[in-house]
Structures are given as structure tokens and as C-alpha cells.
Design a protein around this ligand. Structure first.
Ligand code: ADP
Ligand code: MG
Ligand code: MG
Length: 903
């Protein structure tokens, strides 16, 4: 029989931390903490299987659930010494969501469930604190009506007219009328009156009575959590984070403890180490006389946890260390215990009820890339984790952030900040300001770089936050929603810049008499929390020694080599600085684009438009020195590391000029009329150039083009070695279908090799002759092809195009729909599709090595720098991956992760 409900509390638990799939992250860790003897209010978890069942059975529950919940609730009552719904000694509970991996603020929680007309007097009697009881009650009405009666019921209110917002405004009106600064000043009669008016408003707006029955509230809360799994913002968060829709959420029902019972009560959030920098300091925020979400919601500026980590925003407020030293010490001990147990930085929630400390959550804390690196290296030094774990602690994508730009220190020295906030997400960003998430998305689509400026962010804003290059908020602390989400993504972010007057309606932000409007440029230094007017210069973050040490650990563990795709000596040098161990793809045609390409391009065009072999040979002879020089410079920069040079790949007509003046000039050089030239250009036209006269096919019809390239490569290499430099070119023939194509070209290559050796007076110029595998036929016939090819490089861009039948250049028209509708989970041009393209790669390697045992195999193209594809390349036994220079460190780390995880 399936067990649907797991209990925890009173020093023991049914479940444990390893059961995250079943109990969700929150439930599993609550169970673990309970077993560790850490004070956790008793409770129970409805498993993710209930959620799955619920969605498979038209939103209903398994039959046994009711009884299991009853039994578990009775156990909680026993442990906590109070009874749910009891008129004399009532127990209140929270109903909390908890998915497998945390989705901050995405799903719903309802606190104080069980308060109603029968239990309220009992609780007042028991606590002697009427103010507290009505504060709890008005919170219950606010959360419950929002989460259960509106959101879960699918009610879609007009902008700004959500029930929660309406009740918030009523609360604000009372505060304003009384001249109160904070919620804590509201008196018992005021809260009581407010609660009554809240209930009336709920009835008017939602057409339903606020439930006055504790069990009805409990089941309403449970149903709402399950329903929230398929709420709009949860779905869009899952899309961004790549969390599968079918995982489901668990529901935790837990005895309430109260941080709002007076001045010896409090609630807080903390990280066992600093999540922005990685510093090994207990770091957090707390509020006296407050409940749960108050800290996270960013309604008041929270107090610092201790003096060592206070900042400009909260230094004037008493720290927990000072205000409640004993409790702080207990909390600090729990911090140490949790780190020693979980061997990782924890993000924790706690509540202090009349001096007594309770833990409400612990989970692995989200952190910036910088913090991930620093913490991992610290924990290694502390012998808390081993080298493999250290390497696994930094996600390959997080390195991106370490290599990302920061505001130029020089520019910052002369600029004066216009505002200061909390450094919630590191690095620098400058961009045009916008004031809503939807504008951030729309402007980004138009190719603009935007900063999202908000009073505070909430979960509805995630897509805009994702789109923006930086986030700036006026309110909230280091654990506010904006800070958590930005940190998770490694995005530059400043929160709590309280001096800013942000007007989202007028789309302006003002500070010290200056007003900035939508579209104006600002610059953020997310590492220090500084805001500047205008767009300051950015620089690459300098190489730090910690990063180097970390990468050495990773390199020692990986098996795959990492090369780069580079076409110029500059790119090659940059890639080597990032640790590239060779060039996996040098595109010959590169020299015909961009800076300095005018002359070689003209000669290439002359060659293309030649009418006879003689003319073509003549043009090729003129072109030769350019090609050779370019190859020589790049090979020299690699100092003996292998360089894979691909023969000319694109269809020739791509190089035909369109501008009349250029055509004229070309005609003149060729001694033909403009008309004749136009006719030749016309002849080159193809209906489907991607599958047309390109790659090896050019060499078959124009052998002299291949010949010139072979000579350039081999002479460049030969000359370099004569000059005392080591070189190792790998000549790569593209778009190959057949062994016979390769054989045809090999005859030319051999002849040229012989001639070059004679000319330079050497016996041999070391090189390899191989091919790109980018057509399904080539993969399938790899055994044959490998008889000639000495290496394979999988060109998975074209291979994906040919396998899916998706034109690389035209996917913009439909790929977004495929992804939105979930028809494809990811874009196969970004992440290798293991079922098809991956299968062709696997087959190609297997068959290729069946005829040539030591066949060298690599990948070039976008996938070579994408972590999950790199993992795949490791698993199928490639020798190397190749990617753009900036992704080299990411690929190195991904390769190490693959080796650790798959051996
Ligand atoms: P989230 O996933 O959004 O963090 P939680 O379920 O953790 O949601 O709850 C939101 C807030 O309510 C947190 O601050 C949490 O500590 C507090 N909370 C939840 N359950 C209880 C409880 N039983 N007693 C006191 N506070 C609670
Ligand atoms: Mg929540
Ligand atoms: Mg929480």
C-alpha cells in the first residue's frame, strides 16, 4: 500500500533528506532536521505522489488520504500539546508547498490555518494576547482569500484589483489614518475591526463566505497548494529553470509557531555563509514581532543578524546578536550543525516565539558564481568536502558569470554614484531603464539592453527579470524575492536602494532632485550596490588566482580535451588564455569577411567569376599568399597544439557581390562586360544552397581550389617548422557523404604534400587528413569513411539541420512555438538531441573505430560549449570538444563534471 503522508517532529521523522523526490525539498529537510534533534514544529508531508494522483484523477485525492491526514494530525496534536479546532486549546497550522527543487516565491503558503469564531476566544484566553490573535487572523484572511479563494479558484481580477491588494490597501488606510509607520503599531481593537471588514470585503469581491471551519480551511489550503503547481507563474518559472512539469509538489502541514507574539518574538532568514561573496560568515536578516513572509516580502527593512555582516541600510538597527544574545548563540550552533551535516551552505528560516527558537526550513542556498567558487575552495580547505565535490559545486554555466564584465574601475573612480543599495547580484550592467516586467521583455526583443527598475519585484516579474541585464529595486533586503532570483541566475542586481523615488506609473525614478525617465541609461555595480547615471564602461573581470586553482582541480579530473573554434590569431590567443588545448575548427572562409578582407575577398570573387580553368588558376595564385599568411599566423599562435583547418565550405554564390559598383570593378578586372558578369553570377544561383554546391563538392568540380588550400596549409606548417616552431595541422574536408569523395581529394593532397616537401627539402610535414561528419549518411557509413579519414569532427550544427530537416537559418519562425507548446523541450541547435543526432554521433564513432581503432574524434559547433552536450560527448568516448573561446572554461568544467559523474 502506498504511504501518502509522512510525519515529522518531536525528535523523529518518517522520512529523511534523501527523499526529496517524494517529500519535496522542504518536507525532506524538515524531516532530517527533526531527526537531528533540531527544534522543528511538528507536522506532516503529503507526498508528490498525491499531487500526481490529483492531476491524473481530475483534481481529486486517493481514498486513503483523508484517514492518513487525520492520523498524522493527531500525532502533531500529541507532540504540540494542543488540538486543531479546539475551543480551549487550539492548534494552528501552516500549509506550505514544497517542490523537489526550490522555486522561491512561486508557489503558495497559508499561515495560521485553524483560526475561526470557535478557536479565536480560546487562543486569546490561552495567550492573553488579543492583539496577536487578531494579527494572525487578519493575515490568515489575506493569505487564504488570495491563495485559495482567488488564485486556486482561477479567478482573474483586473490589474491592481486582486483581493490581496484590496485588503492591503484597507490595511494601509488604517495605518495612514492613525499615522502609524509599521504594522506592529496596530492595536487589538483596530485589527479586530479590520478582520471583520476583511471578511465582508472577501464576500463582496469573491461572492463567498470566508470559511469559518478549521478542517475546511485545512483542505482548502492543501488543494490550493496542489493547484498552484499549475499556476501561471509556477509554469513560467519551470520553463526558465527547465524543471519538468510532471514532478509535482508536496504539501507540508506544520504546527504554527509565532514570531508575532511581542518583543521577545521574531522571525528571520539566514544563510550559513554569504551567498553573494561566499565569505564564511553567518549572514541574515530578522524582524522583531513579525510573521513569516514579512522578511522576504521586503515590507520593512530587516535588521542584521550580527554586527559583522551589517551594512549601510541596516547598521542603525539592532542585530539579533545584540538583541537576543542567547538565542543568537543557539542559532549559531544550529548553523554549524547544519553545515557539518549537509556539507554545504544552507539557506534557513527560523522563528522565535517568546524567546524560544524554532527552525522552519533549511535548504541548499542559491549563490552567485563567485560565491560558489569561493565557498567550494574554502570548504575544501576546511576539509568539509573533497576535491571531486569541490569541482561539482560550481555549475559550468556559473563560470559564465565569473568571466563576465564588471564596471570599469577607472570609470568608477571618476563617476559619482547617484544611489546606493544592497549588492544582491554581482558584476556590472548598464542599460536603458524600464519600469515593468512586460516592457523589459518587449524592449529586449527589440534588441535593447534594459535594466528593470521596480519598487520591489514579485513572482509575476520573473520573465522581465530574466530578460533584463540588471535589476534595481527600491525596497527589500538581501533575501527579498528579487535578490533570491537574481542570485540564482547570477544576474547583476541591486535591491533596497531606498533613496530612489520610483514611479512606475509615470515611468520615472528620481533621486536628489534628478529625474531619470524610461529609456535613460543607468549603470549598476551589483558587487558593491552602487548606481550610476549614464552608461559607464565595462571591463572583463580579471583572472583571479582562486579561479585558476579551481580550474586546475577540474582539469586534473577530466578526460576530454577542450579546443576552440578560432579563425584569427587574436581569437586563438584569447582561447589559449582560457585554457584551449588546440583549435577544433578554423574556417578558411573567415578571411573573406570583416576587417582586412577587402583584397583577399576581391581575389576570391575574381576566382569565382573566372570563365576558364586558366583564369581560375591565375586568380588562385594571387589569392594563395593571403591564405597561407592567415593560416601561418594562427598556427603560430597555437605553438604546436593541433589546429584543425577546414577547407572552404560555403556555396560560392555567397561571395558574389551585389553592389553594382563592385560588380563593375570585378568585370573590369576580369576583362568582361557587366552583362557577362551578371550572367555568370546568375549561373551560380541555387535553389537550396545549404544542400547545394558547397564543401567537398566544390573541390570535386574545382580541384584547383582544394589544391591551393592544401598547398597553403602544408607550406605554412613546413615553413613554421623550418623556423623552429612546432605545428600540427589537421586538414578537414567538409560536407562529406562518401569515402570516394575523400579519396578523390586525398590524391591531390598527397601530390601537394610531395611537392611541398621537395620545395622545402624535408622528408615529411606531419599532419592528419580527416573529415567533418555532418550528414547522416556519413555517420551511417563511418566504417567506410574511416578507411580514408584519420579523424572525425562532428559538425553537429549541420547534422542537426539535416537530421531534423530544420533549416538553421529559418527556425526563428517556428522554434518559439515549439518551445512554448512543449513540443520540443529544448532547442536542438543549443542542446544536442541525444535520441537522434546523438545516436548518429554514437553510431559514427562506433563504426569509424571499427575500421580504424585509434580514430581521433571531436565535435565542433555550438554544442561543444554547452554543458549537457559536453557530458554526452564524454559519454560516447570523444577525444575532444571544441567551442568558442569564451566557453572554453565552461566546457573544461563540464568535462570534469562528466568524468566525475560517469567515470
Ligand atoms: P516559501 O517556499 O515561499 O519560502 P514557506 O512555506 O517557507 O514558503 O513559508 C513562508 C513563510 O512562512 C516563511 O517565512 C516560513 O518560515 C513561514 N512559516 C511557514 N510555516 C510556518 C509555521 N508553521 N510557523 C511559523 N512560520 C511559518
Ligand atoms: Mg511561498
Ligand atoms: Mg521558505
Amino acid at each position: 500500500m502506498t504511504k501518502y503522508v509522512y510525519s515529522f517532529g518531536g525528535g523523529s521523522a518518517d522520512g529523511n533528506a534523501d527523499q526529496k523526490n517524494l517529500l519535496g525539498g522542504k518536507g525532506a529537510n524538515l524531516a532530517e532536521m527533526a531527526s537531528l534533534g533540531i527544534p522543528v514544529p511538528a507536522g506532516f508531508t503529503l507526498t508528490t505522489e498525491v499531487c500526481t494522483w490529483y492531476y491524473d484523477h481530475e483534481r481529486s485525492y486517493p481514498e486513503e488520504l483523508q484517514r492518513e491526514v487525520q492520523t498524522a494530525l493527531a500525532a502533531v496534536e500529541q507532540t504540540m500539546g494542543a488540538r486543531f479546532g479546539d475551543a480551549v486549546d487550539p492548534l494552528l497550522v501552516s500549509v506550505r508547498s514544497g517542490a523537489r527543487s526550490s522555486m522561491p516565491g512561486m508557489m503558495e503558503t497559508v499561515l495560521n490555518v485553524g483560526l475561526c469564531s470557535t478557536t479565536i476566544p480560546g487562543l486569546v484566553q490561552k495567550t492573553g494576547n488579543e492583539r496577536f490573535v487578531y494579527d494572525a487572523y487578519r493575515r490568515l484572511i489575506m493569505m487564504y482569500s488570495d491563495v485559495v479563494m482567488e488564485k486556486a479558484a482561477g479567478v482573474e481580477p483586473a490589474e491592481g484589483q486582486g483581493i490581496r491588494q484590496q485588503l492591503d490597501r484597507m490595511l494601509d488606510e488604517v495605518k495612514k489614518a492613525k499615522g502609524y509607520q509599521s504594522d506592529a503599531e496596530l492595536t487589538a481593537p483596530e485589527l479586530k475591526d479590520l478582520a471583520a471588514r476583511f471578511r465582508t470585503r472577501v464576500r463582496e469581491v469573491l461572492g463567498q463566505e470566508f470559511p469559518d471551519d478549521p478542517l475546511e480551511q485545512l483542505w482548502g489550503g492543501i488543494g490550493a497548494v496542489f493547484a498552484s503547481w499549475n499556476g501561471k507563474r509556477a509554469i513560467s518559472y519551470r520553463r526558465i529553470e527547465g524543471i519538468p512539469d510532471d514532478w509535482g509538489t508536496a504539501v507540508n502541514v506544520q504546527a504554527m509557531v509565532f514570531g508575532n507574539m511581542g518583543d521577545t518574538s521574531a522571525t528571520g532568514v539566514a544563510f550559513t555563509r554569504n551567498p553573494a561573496t561566499g565569505d564564511s560568515q553567518f549572514y541574515g536578516e530578522w524582524l522583531v514581532n513579525a510573521q513569516g513572509e514579512d522578511v522576504v516580502a521586503g515590507i520593512r527593512t530587516p535588521n542584521p543578524l550580527n554586527d559583522a555582516t551589517s551594512n549601510d541600510q541596516n547598521r542603525h538597527l539592532p542585530s539579533l546578536e545584540k538583541a537576543m544574545p542567547d538565542t543568537y548563540r543557539t542559532l549559531h550552533d544550529i548553523r554549524d550543525k547544519l553545515e557539518a551535516h549537509f556539507h554545504d551552505m544552507q539557506d534557513i528560516e527560523f522563528t522565535i516565539q517568546e524567546g524560544r527558537l524554532w527552525m522552519l526550513q533549511t535548504r541548499t542556498g542559491k549563490r552567485t558564481g563567485t560565491a560558489a567558487l569561493n565557498m567550494a575552495m574554502d570548504m575544501l580547505a576546511e576539509k568539509l568536502i573533497d576535491e571531486r565535490t569541490t569541482v561539482l559545486r560550481v555549475k559550468p554555466e556559473q563560470l559564465d558569470e565569473l568571466l563576465h564584465p564588471i564596471v570599469s574601475p577607472a570609470a568608477e573612480q571618476t563617476a559619482k554614484p547617484i544611489a546606493k543599495g544592497l549588492p544582491a547580484g554581482p558584476g556590472g550592467a548598464s542599460g536603458q531603464i524600464v519600469f515593468s516586467a512586460s516592457d523589459a521583455v518587449a524592449w529586449t526583443k527589440q534588441g535593447k539592453r534594459v535594466l528593470l527598475v521596480r519598487e520591489e519585484t514579485n513572482p509575476e516579474d520573473v520573465e522581465g527579470m530574466r530578460a533584463a541585464v540588471g535589476i534595481l529595486t527600491g525596497r527589500g533586503g538581501m533575501t527579498s524575492h528579487a535578490a533570491l532570483v537574481a542570485r540564482g541566475w547570477g544576474k547583476c542586481c541591486i535591491v533596497g536602494a531606498g533613496m530612489l523615488e520610483i514611479d512606475a506609473h509615470k515611468k520615472t525614478v528620481s533621486v536628489s532632485g534628478q529625474t531619470y525617465r524610461e529609456g535613460d541609461a543607468l549603470t549598476l555595480n551589483g558587487t558593491r550596490g552602487l548606481v550610476y547615471a549614464g552608461a559607464l564602461a565595462m571591463v572583463d573581470s580579471t583572472e583571479n588566482p582562486r579561479f585558476q586553482d579551481f580550474m586546475r582541480l577540474a582539469d586534473a579530473l577530466r578526460r576530454l580535451k577542450v579546443r576552440t573554434n578560432a579563425d584569427t590569431p587574436e581569437d586563438a590567443a584569447k582561447a589559449r588564455a582560457f585554457g584551449a588545448e588546440g583549435i577544433g575548427l578554423f574556417r578558411t572562409e573567415h578571411m573573406f569577411y570583416g576587417k582586412g578582407s577587402e583584397e583577399p575577398l576581391f581575389l576570391l570573387r575574381k576566382m569565382i567569376m573566372s570563365g576558364t580553368v586558366e583564369e581560375r588558376r591565375h586568380a588562385l595564385t594571387e589569392l594563395f599568399p593571403f591564405v597561407k599568411k592567415d593560416m601561418k599566423a594562427t598556427m603560430a599562435a597555437m605553438e604546436g597544439l593541433p589546429v584543425t583547418i577546414r577547407l572552404l565550405d560555403p556555396p560560392l554564390h555567397e561571395f558574389v557581390p551585389n553592389r553594382p559598383d563592385e560588380r563593375e570593378k570585378l568585370a573590369k578586372a576580369l576583362g568582361i562586360t557587366a552583362e557577362q558578369l551578371n550572367r555568370r553570377a546568375e549561373e551560380l544561383h541555387e535553389n537550396n544552397p545549404m544542400m547545394g554546391h558547397r564543401g567537398v563538392r566544390l573541390g570535386i568540380t574545382f580541384p584547383e581550389i582544394s589544391e591551393m588550400q592544401f598547398r597553403a596549409i602544408l607550406e605554412a606548417a613546413g615553413e613554421l617548422s623550418r623556423e623552429g616552431q612546432k605545428t600540427f595541422p589537421e586538414i578537414m574536408v567538409p560536407v562529406v557523404d562518401l569515402k570516394s569523395e575523400l579519396d578523390d581529394q586525398l590524391v591531390i593532397a598527397k601530390r601537394v604534400h610531395h611537392e611541398v616537401c621537395e620545395k622545402l627539402g624535408v622528408a615529411e610535414i606531419p599532419h592528419l587528413y580527416g573529415t567533418m561528419i555532418e550528414i547522416p549518411r556519413a555517420s551511417l557509413t563511418a566504417a567506410e569513411i574511416a578507411k580514408t579519414a584519420e579523424f572525425f569532427s562532428f559538425g553537429t550544427n549541420d547534422l542537426t539541420q539535416m537530421t531534423f530537416g530544420f533549416s538553421r537559418d529559418d527556425i526563428g519562425g517556428f522554434m518559439p512555438d515549439y518551445l512554448d507548446k512543449g513540443i520540443l523541450k529544448v532547442d536542438p541547435f543549443q542542446v544536442i538531441d541525444r535520441d537522434s543526432v546523438g545516436e548518429l554521433v554514437r553510431i559514427g564513432i562506433e563504426r569509424g573505430r571499427s575500421t580504424r581503432a585509434g580514430l581521433k574524434v571531436g565535435i565542433c559547433g555550438e554544442h561543444g560549449g554547452e554543458p549537457s552536450s559536453v557530458e554526452f560527448c564524454h559519454q560516447v568516448g570523444m577525444d575532444y570538444v571544441s567551442c568558442s573561446p569564451f566557453r572554453v572554461p565552461i566546457a573544461r568544467l563540464a568535462a570534469a563534471h562528466a568524468a566525475i559523474q560517469h567515470g
